[in-house]
Design a protein around this ligand. Structure first.
Ligand code: ATR
Length: 266
């Protein structure tokens, strides 16, 4: 039986095992997918387990997408460019680090038929997934990306990777067509944004990376007539579909039944 894991900390909220095990069952594969709360000191051992064949693949989530890199032998182009790995597999004895967040984000936008080209994008946050989002947006030829983060240094580090982005002080709101919440604010019901969205106007697209809870503070803030609101479920599903494809060489279905099944827990 093949064994897969998602590693991260916190890990309680993840829907990855439920999703991958659903696809494993539907495709009649002999495999199992679990989750493990991980600390940085565990990373070498986990990687060794893949090399030794005790594990067949790992999904990496917050906060290890970057810190896992020294233990990987070969990075895909996407992982290299963003310095972010979310999917690990083993080929010919080498650990391969992939980044499926980029395609996940891009597919989620395409599915909505929202044309980002020529749009101004305002990103809140500078955590592990943001380099993938910036990279995907640049590939989709957006007009401008403005980024703000509570800790300015992290925003500036991203600017070193992506010279064309503009950094804004935390607390200020840029002019934008689409705003992306890539902070962890909203994961807990008690979380509140200290940003004022009341004057941003209508016709805006509010995209929250968070999908659990389904409706967050951020999505409530954007919930005004004429605005478009989306949460991170679609990105989550598409990044997982790509990871599944890397490991099992087949593309699993995303349909209403699957979404209903996952939503039972959200
Ligand atoms: P990591 O930073 O370890 O990659 P993450 O969950 O991907 O973790 O990122 C958390 C993001 O949410 C960061 O941008 C963080 O801002 P800081 O860099 O200042 O920590 C942001 N964040 C978390 N709590 C926040 C809060 N209460 N207000 C504003 N931003 C917050």
């Amino acid at each position: 039986m093949k064994k897969f894991l998602v590693i991260g900390n916190p890990i309680e909220h993840t829907l990855s095992p439920k999703l991958h095990n659903y696809w494993i069952k539907n495709n009649k594969l002999d495999a199992i997918y679990g989750k493990i709360k991980t600390y940085e000191k565990d990373l070498p051992e986990l990687c060794k387990n893949i090399k030794d064949g005790n594990l067949n693949g790992i999904n990496v989530t917050v906060p290890f997408k970057k810190t896992i890199i020294p233990f990987i032998d070969i990075l895909s182009g996407h992982a290299l460019r963003t310095q972010s790995v979310n999917t690990i597999s083993c080929r010919d004895g080498n650990l391969i680090g992939d980044n499926t967040d980029i395609d996940g984000f891009e597919l989620s936008i395409k599915k909505l038929n929202y044309d980002v080209s020529d749009k101004i994008i305002f990103i809140l946050g500078a955590g592990g997934v943001v380099s993938s989002i910036i990279y995907a947006l640049m590939r989709m030829k957006v007009k401008k990306i403005v980024l703000t983060n509570r800790t300015k240094e992290k925003a500036e580090n991203l600017k070193k990777m992506f010279k064309d982005i503009e950094i804004m002080e935390w607390g200020k709101i840029s002019n934008f067509d689409m705003i992306i919440n890539a902070t962890s604010v909203g994961l807990k019901d008690s979380d509140k944004f200290d940003l004022d969205f009341s004057k941003v106007g209508s016709g805006k697209f509010f995209y929250d990376i968070i999908y659990q809870p389904f409706e967050t503070e951020f999505s409530k803030a954007g919930n005004m007539e004429g605005n478009k609101i989306v949460n991170g479920l679609s990105m989550f599903l598409f990044q997982a579909q790509k990871a599944f494809n890397i490991w099992h060489n087949l593309e699993p279905n995303i349909d209403e039944n699957l979404i209903k099944f996952l939503m039972e827990e959200i």
